[in-house]
Write a protein that binds this ligand. Structure first.
Ligand SMILES: NC(=O)c1ccc[n+]([C@@H]2O[C@H](COP(=O)([O-])OP(=O)(O)OC[C@H]3O[C@@H](n4cnc5c(N)ncnc54)[C@H](O)[C@@H]3O)[C@@H](O)[C@H]2O)c1
Length: 400
């Protein structure tokens, strides 16, 4: 498995980094060598935890020759500039989803990585989850027949978690279409073959105090006669993890008795500054930051809500233990081993790209196509019309 580790610099030590830290810290294929963040407390903690260099700008960190690759986990609207800063200095990039908030930004990032001869991988998204990849392999086996229909839905409290002001401003990438659609659409494209032909959607903006899209329902048609319905609600009182045995997004058991806890906690913030501070406090280096405890023995696969794939001869359902297969004879669980390190699938793809030169699945073109669908969800709702797509790509790289 591991040869030399990738020497990784971190741009943005916030929530995304907090969630990826258990992966980076435990995977021998990664060495954390540098970081940058606007928050001094996060930089100080990183220097102490990893005995590593810290910088006060992305550019300064990318000038460090010890940094071989950069994890860009700054807010979405900064991804393009930060990716270009890294690629211009010859660094490979792992950039968080969504790749960016506009198609022209994607083109700039893709061109910059290509002309620098470096890898651009977009992740984490939940389409890296092993049960989703396993469902794709089952489809590729041909035994189940062609994919005909996909149904994906997720009901969460996304909109009542503490947010930065930009996260509630659609023009800056706020709302669930960018942040959460990037997961759900990536999964649905991966299972449907990648090439979405058209989108008809309605979005919802129900809360005047949080004026951005908090929910959507979208019908996607694919180039090869597949149809997918995708629904996401970030306003939910119902938690769709109930349908997955109360295993949460991170693959850990959830306590149903904590019903409404996030809504209640948010009431403590009296204005947007207090709310942003509440978010930052929970992040790496913040006053309320608690390092992830050692992974419990009952940890399962991470997931992004319910997904049902109807093939000609069977229905498939990725679940936290593997993939449920419902065929003519029986319903059975095809178990998929839980990786010893959470999100190891992201490092599998990034390491293969950077160290072994194997093209990734989640490259710039793939992720630009996912962003195009997300933008079409917004545009379809505004125009009350079906939107035809132009930037779609099929499955490539790791799966082909
Ligand atoms: N894959 C996942 O599970 C997941 C989860 C959360 C967030 N994300 C993604 O990560 C990105 C960041 O979101 P977040 O929730 O972590 O935000 P956040 O506010 O929690 O963290 C962003 C961090 O970036 C820092 N930052 C801002 N501008 C900077 C700059 N110019 N230079 C250096 N640091 C800077 C901030 O100080 C902050 O610590 C988004 O694109 C989001 O979609 C992904």
């Amino acid at each position: 498995m591991a040869g030399r580790p990738i020497r990784l610099g971190i741009a943005g030590l916030g929530r995304a980094f907090t969630l990826m830290l258990p992966t980076f810290a435990a995977d021998p294929r990664i060495a954390l060598v540098a970081a940058t963040d606007l928050r001094p407390e996060a930089r100080q903690r990183f220097a102490a935890d990893f005995d590593a260099a810290t910088y006060d700008s992305v550019e300064a960190m990318c000038d460090d020759p010890a940094v071989e690759a950069v994890y860009v986990a700054t807010p979405h609207q900064m991804h393009a500039a930060h990716v270009v800063s890294a690629t211009a200095r010859g660094k490979h990039v792992l950039v968080e989803k969504p790749i960016a908030i506009r198609i022209d930004e994607c083109r700039t990032m893709i061109d910059a990585a290509r002309s620098a001869g470096v890898q651009l991988v977009v992740g984490h998204s939940h389409s890296f989850d092993a049960p989703v990849l396993h469902a794709r392999k089952l489809i590729d086996s041909g035994v189940l027949g062609a994919v005909r229909m996909i149904h994906a839905f997720n009901y969460t409290d996304y909109m009542v978690r503490p947010r930065r002001p930009e996260e509630l401003d659609t023009a800056q990438g706020g709302g669930v279409i960018f942040s959460q659609g990037a997961h759900q659409i990536d999964i649905v494209r991966l299972l449907g073959g990648g090439r979405v032909r058209s989108v008809r959607a309605m979005t919802a903006n129900w809360d005047a105090r949080r004026p951005t899209e908090g929910a959507y329902s979208a019908l996607l048609t694919f180039a090869d006669e597949v149809v997918a319905s995708c629904t996401y609600s970030g306003y939910a009182h119902f938690d769709s993890d109930e349908f997955l045995g109360f295993i949460g997004e991170m693959g850990l058991p959830k306590d149903p008795a904590r019903y409404g806890a996030m809504r209640r906690a948010l009431r403590a913030a009296r204005n947007s500054d207090e709310e942003a501070a509440l978010k930052a406090a929970r992040n790496y280096g913040g006053s309320g930051y608690a390092p992830s405890p050692a992974a419990p023995a009952d940890r399962r696969h991470q997931h992004f809500g319910s997904v049902i794939v109807s093939c000609e001869h069977a229905d498939l359902r990725p679940v936290p233990d593997g993939v449920m297969i419902y065929d003519d004879e029986a319903a059975r669980l095809d178990k998929v081993a839980v990786p010893p390190i959470p999100r190891a699938e992201v490092i599998d793809e990034f390491y293969a790209a950077v160290v072994e030169g194997r093209p990734p699945l989640h490259d710039g073109e793939w992720s630009c196509a996912t962003l195009e669908v997300c933008l079409a969800i917004r545009d379809s709702s505004q125009a009350q019309a079906e939107i035809m797509l132009r930037h779609q790509v099929g499955l490539r790289g790791a799966l082909r």
